[in-house]
Design a binder for this molecule. Structure first.
Ligand SMILES: *[C@@H]1O[C@H](CO)[C@@H](O)[C@H](O)[C@H]1NC(C)=O
Ligand SMILES: *[C@@H]1O[C@H](CO)[C@@H](O)[C@H](O)[C@H]1NC(C)=O
Length: 410
């Protein structure tokens, strides 16, 4: 399953956790590849506490999850606790190759995944957590406004203020959208409150604080038409001294089959928050376009986390007035998009025979100061080591320091 998958398998060395024989048979009958699809590919592996790891695998298109006990300090002995094996639906994709993300925070598992065999229904969920409240929370499925044929890239717990009630999970994905006149793929940043427990009457066990905004990464073209890099491929958060404000690095590719290209755009959390604090988008009906919502906004502002500090009457999301919950059902999209810090990509690669797929960024101290060095993985198995120097006039100079062939392309 690529470099990350290989790491997972190495760590699990010694544990035998195959897909059941029945599931492998059914997977084969469904026309899937025996070796590449009909096995238990581990997709999620998280430290749950000091002694337990939580793992999920695709189980030959029948996902399952389980706890692994780790004993011994240095030469950890791993034991899969067969009594804890449970369904991995809504936690792990069925398909080993489908983009997927998960993060464990405070013993809750957050996952951006498909929830069915065909990979059509895609959703952002929360599960696990300390007993007794171990029910699922997920995005609403009744409206395609929420999340539509998404490919999830990453999810991150990030505090928004000094009040822990405001803590959120930010996540990134691309999805099929009808925002223009045609169907197209667009990239998103979205968020939910960590303390969201779902609604009371409507949106029961669904997020009531879900909001999303478009991430734009484009360059102006010679004829005045911008070239858009619309398909998000990877995200890296570069930490800063302030935990609330990591720098967001994103890799995108174009959707066009004629113009193949990739770009790296950099965003600030301040700009992302500004989009969520701005106007909501509104769609009158299926045949209408998204416009800016100009009507009355209910109180508390949809997307705000409940907190006794703000309003003693609103302790949990179940205390939200009905109009707040029904507003968010139809207005999860923000009207304003998020634009990169420098207004344009810090690095682009166009008209080459590969695309960028992954990014890691490191701060390096050189004689003349500190540089943010980007390591960019490509679909051709190579890694580019790049610095992008921002000039005083906000134009950027790209310097490729090294290009290494790491993997052979199969
Ligand atoms: C870790 O979590 C597992 C699974 O819930 C539980 O059985 C175990 O007691 C926990 N261990 C500690 C040290 O809290
Ligand atoms: C920005 O400044 C650099 C040199 O500092 C110059 O080469 C470049 O042309 C300038 N770009 C614009 C758009 O003015």
């Amino acid at each position: 399953v690529g470099p990350r998958g290989s790491l997972v398998i190495a760590l699990l060395g010694g544990i035998y956790w195959p897909a059941s024989r029945d599931r492998v048979e059914m997977c084969k009958l469904a026309g899937k590849n025996v070796n590449l699809e009909c096995a238990n590919f581990v997709r999620a592996l998280h430290n749950f506490n000091r002694t337990h790891v939580y793992a999920c695998g695709t189980g030959a298109f029948h996902p399952n999850c389980a706890f692994i006990e780790v004993t011994g300090n240095r030469d950890g002995v791993f034991q899969l606790l067969s009594g804890t094996v449970e369904s991995g639906r809504l936690k792990c994709p069925f398909d080993p190759l489908q983009p997927f993300t998960s993060v464990l925070a405070d013993q809750y598992l957050y996952a951006g995944t498909s929830s069915d065999f065909l990979g059509k229904d895609t959703t952002f969920t929360r599960s696990l957590g300390p007993p007794p409240d171990q029910h699922y929370i997920r995005t609403d499925i009744s409206e395609d406004y929420w999340i539509n044929e998404a490919r999830f890239i990453s999810a991150h717990p990030i505090a928004d203020t000094y009040n822990p009630d405001d803590d959120k999970i930010y996540f990134f994905f691309r999805e099929v959208s009808w925002e223009g006149n045609d169907k197209s793929i667009l990239s998103r940043v979205a968020r939910v409150c960590k303390n969201d427990v779902g609604g009371l009457r409507s949106l029961t066990n669904k997020w009531t604080t879900f909001l999303k905004a478009r991430l734009v990464c484009s360059i102006p073209g010679p004829d005045g038409v911008d070239t858009h890099f619309d398909e998000l491929q990877d995200i890296f958060l570069l930490p800063t001294r302030d935990d609330k404000n990591p720098v967001v690095y994103a890799v995108f590719t174009t959707s066009s089959s004629i113009f193949r290209g990739s770009a790296v755009c950099v965003y600030s959390m301040a700009d992302i928050r500004a989009a969520f604090n701005g106007p909501y988008a509104h769609k009158e009906g299926p045949d209408h376009r998204w416009v800016e919502y100009e009507g009355r906004i209910p109180y508390p502002r949809p997307g705000t986390c409940p907190s006794k500090t703000y309003d003693p009457k609103i302790k949990t999301t179940k205390d939200f007035p009905d109009e707040v919950v029904s507003f968010i059902r139809f207005h999860p999209l923000m009207y304003r998009s998020v634009y990169p810090l420098t207004g344009r990509p810090v690095f682009t690669r166009v008209r080459v025979d590969y695309v960028l797929t992954q990014i890691v960024v490191d701060r390096v101290l050189a004689e003349d100061g500190q540089y943010e060095v980007m390591f960019l993985g490509t679909d051709a198995g190579s890694v580019l080591k790049v610095v992008s120097i921002t000039q005083e006039n906000w134009s950027t100079e790209e310097v490729v320091l090294e290009e290494l062939q790491i993997f052979q392309v199969l």
